[in-house]
Design a protein around this ligand. Sequence first.
Ligand code: MBD
Ligand code: FE
Length: 294
Amino acid sequence: MSDTTVKATAAASGASATERFLTDKTGKADKTGKTGAPAKDVDTVRVDTLATAVITAVHDVIRRHQVTYDEYNALKSWLIAVGQDGEWPLFLDVWVEHVVEEVAGESREGTKGTIEGPYYAPDAPALPSVATLPMRDGEAGTPLLFQGRVTGAEGAPLPGAVLEMWQADDDGLYAQFAPGIPEWNLRGRVVSDDDGRFAVTTIQPAPYQIPTDGSCGRLIAAAGWHAWRPAHLHLKVSAPGHQTLTTQLYFKDGAYIETDVASAVKPELVLDPQPAGTGGNEVTYDFVLAPAAL
Ligand code: MBD
Ligand code: FE
């Protein structure tokens, strides 16, 4: 980490991620009164089924592992702290979302999806099909030309497809969630050309470390795990008449590629960029979108 970088604290990024989730995904108004999609009501019978199953699974763990009062109270104080740190989005997206995505994506054709994670922000700056993501003068990191084509499942190009991209910088930090980074840095909404093609200039992101000073970091340290996700580009790819694809792309032989703390790497999503002769790397990746559900 460069010494000019303000250290991202768990409480700061947690508060931002919690606010974003409540605004974008539950319909709660943010400070400016803006709201996103309302949370869907879940049927009583279904709530009964799922809540009973989760509670019973916890009882089984307590019996099987002879959980003590000290351990129960440690859990209780930890759960309270996760909320106080604003780290519920981080905890759930790291340790739970990958299985929700597995179930949701099981029978969808086209490019593999993976988890969205806590750091998406809608309404990023709109960019043409050939574009550079917003970045600072002299943005650190190896330049990357990321290009490809968006098609439907039958192979027909999708002109005007929207590729929303977001990524960490060379310090592993995300704009809008870590202090000291300009708004929308390394975030953009690229629109494909008449042939479904796009070419985006960015930098290769660094691996992401779960904040060590928050509840998720404390769990990781207490359990002797590591706190890292491999370097990744986040994408949402959408086009009329097609299902929106939420995915991530990783880098061959990158650190933590085999041991992602969020269990979100799939072999189909690993890029192998090659030197481009311009001092940077380039890679081509094509996206195939499944038809919208009827
Ligand atoms: C990330 O950058 C991320 O993508 C996920 C899924 C969880 C934590 C941080
Ligand atoms: Fe991420």
